[in-house]
Design a protein around this ligand. Structure first.
Ligand code: FES
Length: 104
């Protein structure tokens, strides 16, 4: 399941350097997560201009972002996604091993 990251492209966020956040996230995705499914795009104003710049990660809005904070947020989200996939695989393997046990 892809990770969706949207960087606000509204005026207030742009004035507070959201284009640099987008650039940082693009670079981090290419450099650190080339094989991960990350959708990175811009979005319209999220109504939190007083706390800009904002980014939205999988439906959760984060305010007062910086390029470094956004990069950390992406790394954390990727790690969480991998952990979830790992747990799901373990549960799936456990279920398979249970189902292959002969019934008496
Ligand atoms: S311009 Fe980004 S939240 Fe309004």
């Amino acid at each position: 399941m892809p990770i969706h990251v949207y960087v606000c492209h509204g005026r207030s966020c742009q004035e507070r350097f959201s284009p640099y956040i987008l650039l940082r996230l693009k670079n981090d995705r290419e450099r650190f997560f080339p094989n991960d499914d990350i959708v990175l795009d811009t979005c319209l104003c999220r109504g939190k201009c007083q706390e800009s710049p904002t980014i939205e990660v999988d439906g959760t809005l984060y305010t007062r972002m910086s390029p470094i904070a956004a990069g950390s947020m992406l790394a954390k989200r990727v790690a969480e996604a991998k952990k979830t996939i790992s747990v799901n695989k373990k549960q799936k393997n456990h279920a398979v091993s249970i189902s292959t046990t002969p019934h008496e």
